[in-house]
Design a protein around this ligand. Structure first.
Ligand SMILES: [Fe+2]
Length: 192
């Protein structure tokens, strides 16, 4: 199956059926993450379908948590396990390539553990993780932190510390740094 517009629409529709039951900002976050995935793919390579499908589904497991906003390690693991099950179910239904389905399932199941993704070293997994993390930066990321009750100080410290930990590719590092500067300007105005 080619990852054309029609396939992407079908994937988006299936992922959104889960996302609309989760956190308020999840659908917008997912669309931004997919946009970053496409940009990273242009500069860094990998498989566009694997990256985009992993991103569309990476947070689809959140709605099943007792508190969909929880970031406790146990809940992070659970949301990845649920998301991996969701993507397998949906891709089997549309008879997507079996090997790709297996890989996408694995990516979704570890996407929030940078150490595991880096240890695996797979470019599709790395670009999925980077795309998701990139959406912690920039103007668009601020409402998501606010939804979780985080202060401007917390947000800046958190994302600044991530610049060296979450990005492997040159493109990922550069976009993160640019978005950090944009965000810093907005948040610092709120701090003083
Ligand atoms: Fe995410």
């Amino acid at each position: 199956m080619i990852f054309d517009g029609q396939t992407e629409n079908e994937i988006r529709k299936r992922a959104f059926a889960y996302l609309k039951k989760g956190r308020k900002e999840d659908m917008k976050h997912t669309l931004r993450a997919v946009k970053y995935g496409k940009i990273l793919w242009i500069y860094e390579g990998g498989n566009l379908d694997t990256i985009c499908i992993s991103l569309y589904f990476h947070d689809t497991g959140r709605y099943k948590l007792k508190d969909p906003k929880s970031i406790r390690p146990k809940d992070l693991t659970l949301h990845m396990e649920y998301g991996a099950k969701n993507v397998r179910k949906e891709l089997e239904e549309i008879k997507y390539n079996g090997k790709k389905t297996e890989k996408i399932e694995r990516i979704v199941s570890i996407h929030d553990w940078p150490d595991k993704v880096i240890e695996w070293g797979d470019i599709d997994a790395i670009l999925t993780m980077e795309s998701d993390r990139l959406d912690r930066y920039g103007k668009g990321a601020i409402p998501r932190f606010k939804e979780c009750g985080k202060s401007p100080e917390y947000i800046l410290n958190h994302v600044e510390s991530g610049l060296d930990k979450w990005f492997i590719t040159n493109t990922g590092k550069k976009i993160a740094k640019d978005l950090f500067e944009e965000m810093k300007e907005i948040l610092e105005e709120k701090m003083f």
